[in-house]
Design a protein around this ligand. Structure first.
Ligand SMILES: [Zn+2]
Length: 461
């Protein structure tokens, strides 16, 4: 295969909106040149002409693929006061049933949905490692590798985040029976990690994911970071629930983010997932550390977690990105919309996540570019957005959609995020090649059928 060219009438580049752009890609689908304001002669070189509005594909920085199997199935009151912890018990029961083949079918369906919803890369935070009896599979990385294969088969980019999970609670509490499929010590974890590393191709990324302060202790994480020195990105769930903060204070006298910052060197290579319950000093620490806040507004709403304080983050020029986490919703626009709506509901204001100096104050473009930037760092990309050297992963929006009848690209992004939603995505390109065309994948029917059969099987068990 030789060099490939695509021509776009309008595209969002790291430098802003550009018109009549010729993208040149190498054999690996990486951008080798970008010509803005291309001539008719240059346009004629293109293998394909894209007349919608192109935007960089969104990295999904936080996914637990297996939770897709229970999306929407925990919305019935138990008669008690339901909360995150009661949801977690339901989730543990469900995942007892899932083996490698089932995980592949579930992950493939999920990653297809992600592509259709504008995500072009997924960071898979996988903690379901062992078989139903808690024993290692022949290949200890079996479950992460099933997710990797599913990602390859639908064509979405992949960052593997095998999870380090050792304890059942703060102060090195023993793990419970429901956690037996997750648990590893340092040696097992490093073995598993190296098995993932062996399987990866050059365009796939591998980080480390200590599950939470509940599930590790200082000695264990220090040892793993020593054994896998220099590996990043590093993701951890933090301060998702008030009870978790109280338990952390009871154990250590410190709140979770303060404890983490005190005991480990937190920088741009880290991603702190949720970070919804922080005091003011922790918010400043997070904002100035360079770490990404990994926010999953639809999951955080669904689980009754809490709201991230965006105002303090913006004052510190803090990083944030989005993830679909529990998969209750898989939609770039819905995550971004609810990120802004959460702030509006709590502050009784409008257009909170905006910069009046940039994009004429348009919320949509600002939100989108901030989430691209944070998501790129969190997924371990060396570059952000559609820059030369980056992978040509992008989404094409239908500018003729009835909810997108506007004259400029910033207004079009506002309309997409706040009004039109997923139905305005016409095509998705990965490595410069179309994988979603008018909402459909070439293997759509087979993927959906396999997924439905798997769900039926799980229900019968
Ligand atoms: Zn999570």
């Amino acid at each position: 295969m030789s060099t490939r060219y695509l021509w776009c009438s309008s595209i969002l580049l790291p430098t802003g909106w550009a018109e009549s752009v010729l993208l040149e890609m190498d054999v690996d689908g990486k951008l080798s040149n970008i010509v803005v304001g291309s001539t008719e002669q240059q346009k004629a070189l293109a293998d394909e002409h894209i007349t919608g509005v192109a935007v960089p594909g969104m990295p999904n920085l936080h996914s637990h693929a297996h939770q897709r199997a229970m999306a929407g199935l925990a919305e019935r009151s138990s008669g008690e006061q339901d909360n995150f912890w009661s949801w977690r018990s339901v989730m543990y029961q469900m995942l007892e049933q899932i083996g490698p083949d089932q995980l592949y079918d579930i992950a493939r369906m999920l990653y297809l949905e992600m592509l259709q919803a504008g995500y072009t890369h997924v960071a898979e935070f996988q903690y379901l490692h062992h078989d139903r009896n808690g024993n290692m599979y022949d290949n200890p990385a079996e479950m992460t590798l099933q997710c990797l294969q599913a990602a390859r088969d639908v064509g979405i980019g992949f960052t593997a985040l095998p999870v380090l999970y050792r304890y059942g609670g703060f102060n090195s509490l023993p793990s419970t029976k429901g956690q037996s499929r997750f648990v590893t010590g340092c040696e097992d974890y490093c073995l598993l990690w190296h098995k993932v590393a062996e399987a990866l191709k050059s365009n796939e990324i591998l980080g480390i994911a200590p599950h939470s302060l509940r599930a590790i202790d200082q000695t264990l994480l220090s040892e793993v970071l020593k054994q896998l020195e220099g590996v990043h990105p590093i993701h951890i769930h933090i301060a998702e629930q008030k009870k978790e903060v109280e338990d952390c204070v009871d154990w250590s006298g410190m709140r979770p983010v303060a404890w983490l910052m005190e005991h480990f060197e937190i920088d741009h290579q880290w991603c702190l997932i949720h970070a919804t319950h922080l005091d003011y000093a922790e918010k400043i620490q997070l904002g100035t550390s360079g770490a990404t806040a990994g926010l999953c507004p639809t999951t955080e709403a669904n689980l009754g977690d809490g709201l991230f304080d965006m105002q303090v983050s913006l004052e510190q020029d803090g990083r944030f990105g989005i993830g679909s986490d529990s998969q209750i919703s898989v939609s770039v626009t819905e995550e971004l919309r609810w990120m802004e709506y959460g702030q509006r509901l709590s502050l009784h204001q409008r257009n909170v996540i905006a910069d009046h100096k940039k994009h004429n104050g348009h919320c949509g473009t600002f939100l989108y570019q901030k989430a691209i930037s944070g998501g790129s760092a969190a997924c371990g990309f060396p570059l952000e957005g559609l820059a030369i050297g980056a992978t040509a992963n992008f989404v094409v929006l239908d500018k003729d959609h009835p909810r997108m009848a506007v004259d400029d690209c910033d207004s079009l992004l506002d309309s997409w995020i706040f009004s039109a939603g997923d139905s305005a995505i016409s095509c998705v390109y990965i490595n410069g090649r179309k994988v979603i065309n008018q909402g459909q994948h070439t293997a759509q029917e087979e993927i959906v059928n396999r997924f439905q059969n798997t769900l039926n099987q799980l229900k019968q068990n």
